[in-house]
Write a protein that binds this ligand. Structure first.
Ligand code: C5P
Length: 233
């Protein structure tokens, strides 16, 4: 594992199944960065809504979000909501269905974004989600936008679910992804879009390793160049 000597922020956005979380996790390991799965935080808030039956009571949910405690452990692999490990609960079909509606509420986003920015101050980080390159870290040192065709994204998600013995069909996974994409792209606050200065990577037909190697190469090339300019100047 390389260790980056300066404070570096890598922000990455893209739709569901574009490969962001797997890629970001591996880049974090290779470069010794903190990994932030921002979607897991919106998923934890959705679990909070379900636990408190406040899915349809937005003011109650906003109040709960303001006082709840969300914490990552094990470099982003585990997420705790008010000290309870909800790492498995956040991936249920019920959460998949509800999360985009919870995440579109501006007051909820405001609280979560503040929390994410605070995590970003703790050290060099790679953070991924829907608004990391545009809203959370608009001045990130590196920005990437990952995408793939909806068919490919659904196939990947379906394979993951099959490996976990989840009873579902490719068709329903594709429908769920399309519905979530639609909500994330068309919402009023912080819609999913590629930042103008983000490097776009179409991951269709590419292996995870190819994408990880590309990103690591971009980062190390620029950092080495900056370092050389600094010592020469
Ligand atoms: O990345 P993941 O698929 O786990 O995200 C779940 C949902 O959380 C997304 O579909 C989106 O509605 C919401 N989200 C968001 N902003 C982020 C990350 C996720 O609105 N930065």
């Amino acid at each position: 594992m390389k260790q980056i000597g300066v404070h570096v922020t890598i922000a990455m956005d893209g739709p569901a199944g574009s490969g962001k979380s797997t890629v970001a996790r591996l880049v974090a390991e290779k470069l010794g960065l903190l990994y932030l799965d921002s979607g897991a935080m919106y998923r934890a808030v959705t679990v909070l809504a379900i636990q408190n039956e406040s899915e349809n009571d937005i003011s109650k949910l906003i109040a709960l979000v303001k006082t709840c405690h969300i914490e990552f452990k094990d470099n982003g692999k585990k997420i705790f909501l008010n000290s309870e490990d909800v790492s498995v609960q956040i991936r249920t079909p019920e959460v998949n269905k509800l999360v985009a509606d919870v995440a579109k509420v501006p007051e909820i986003r405001h609280e979560i974004v503040k929390h994410q920015q605070k995590i970003g101050e703790e050290g060099s980080i790679i953070a991924e989600g829907r608004d990391l390159t545009t809203i959370v870290f608009p001045d990130a040192d590196f920005k990437f936008y990952l995408d793939a065709s909806v068919k490919e994204r659904a196939k990947r998600r379906f394979a993951e679910l099959q490996a976990q013995n989840v009873d579902t069909t490719l068709r329903s996974v594709e429908a769920e992804i399309k519905a979530r994409d639609e909500k994330d792209i068309s919402r009023e606050h912080s819609p999913l879009r590629a930042a103008k200065d983000a490097i776009r990577i179409d991951t269709t037909g590419k292996t995870i390793e190819e994408v990880v190697d590309f990103i690591v190469a971009q980062v190390t090339f620029k950092l080495t160049k900056d370092q050389n300019n600094y010592t020469e100047g």
